[in-house]
Design a protein around this ligand. Structure first.
Ligand code: HEC
Length: 98
């Protein structure tokens, strides 16, 4: 009985540690994947921008215009783009802080 209970406690302690390690591991993995998907989103918008807006002139840096101006330019030149793509592009171009 005594030994059995002690073993159970040791097992529980080991188990908790393992669970703790797993949680830490998942948080690390989650963090890395979170960053990656953000990076992919950026690249998506940039690809969209270069695909849709670089055929007639060079790409203009996002900080050159504010969001309202980009909205107007996207409306003017993005007539063949879906609403979803326009929104994505506007978020990228108009979201620049500098
Ligand atoms: C069919 C050709 C064409 C495409 C495609 C095009 N543009 Fe243009 N863009 C022009 C022309 C021509 C001008 C210059 C005349 C003007 O200002 O409207 C211009 C000018 C601009 C300007 C002003 C540049 C300046 O120096 O003042 C911006 C900003 C701009 N375009 C953004 C975009 C964006 C964003 C896209 C993609 C959604 C895009 N353009 C796609 C033809 C195009």
């Amino acid at each position: 009985m005594q030994i059995g209970r002690a073993c159970g406690l040791v097992q529980a302690a080991l188990c908790n540690k393992a669970v703790g390690l797993l949680v830490v591991l998942f948080m690390l993995i989650g963090g890395v994947y979170g960053c990656q998907s953000m990076a992919v989103k950026m690249t998506d918008a940039q690809q969209l921008y270069s695909a849709k807006c670089s055929s007639c002139h060079n790409l203009i840096a996002p900080h050159e215009y504010d969001k309202a101006a980009w909205q107007a330019y996207i409306d003017k030149y993005g007539d063949k783009m879906t609403d979803h793509s326009k929104l994505k592009l506007l978020e990228y171009l108009g979201g620049s802080e500098d």
